[in-house]
Design a protein around this ligand. Sequence first.
Ligand code: ZN
Ligand code: FE
Length: 254
Amino acid sequence: MLKIIQLLVLNDNYIYLIHDEISGETAVVDPALAEPVIDYLAKQGWPLKYVLNTHHHLDHVEGNTALKQRTGCTVVAGQTDAHRIPDFDIGVSEGDALFLGQHKIKVMITPGHTTGHVVYYFEKDDLLFCGDTLFVMGCGRLFEGTPEQMYASLQKLKALPAETKVYCAHEYTQANGKFALSVESDNQVLQDKLQRVAELRRNNLSTVPSTIAEEIATNPFFRTESLSIQKNLDLVGAEQVDIFTALRKRKDVF
Ligand code: ZN
Ligand code: FE
């Protein structure tokens, strides 16, 4: 069994610790800061095997250097980001595999938010650590990639098994949900989800993880087939990628 620990830092960043109880191995995904991770590891007495970075933005890598100094861990990131990841050790590409104990971690490249963005997928465990590519009811901004790239990246994630748990890097759910409702107000599943999300946030609880099934039912960036969304954008029957592009543009100024 894998234990997943979620640390909320810098207002809305999630750092994930993934611990395999059988082997005792631990990985951390996107350490925005080192201290909370070092504290947690010390409290549990866990050594750190890997830092897994999804992309080079500071709020995902700033803990790399101190974590490597203090734990001797190996820093993993997309191969094309080798030059801009602090303390980079291992570069990964599409289809590469890593192991945490016996648990296989599959790498998928998902350019769009940045050109070198990767996600880490624990295939047998149905866990996806997707950084800033996919958010609950949203997706990352296109800082470096094209809409075509981001659309293709999201399609890969959408094709994962429905029960896959989606661990994204930010608590952006409520704001994303407001946008989702603005483009698809007649989606009953979305309305119900927004009520559950509001309740969680009132109690200062996390809305992450969701699942691929929930995203397919509520995330507008997964729902370019929706007639209601198409009508809203005045793009009925348009190419899916063009609907995605229009949605992303509208969200940028929402
Ligand atoms: Zn980012
Ligand atoms: Fe981020």
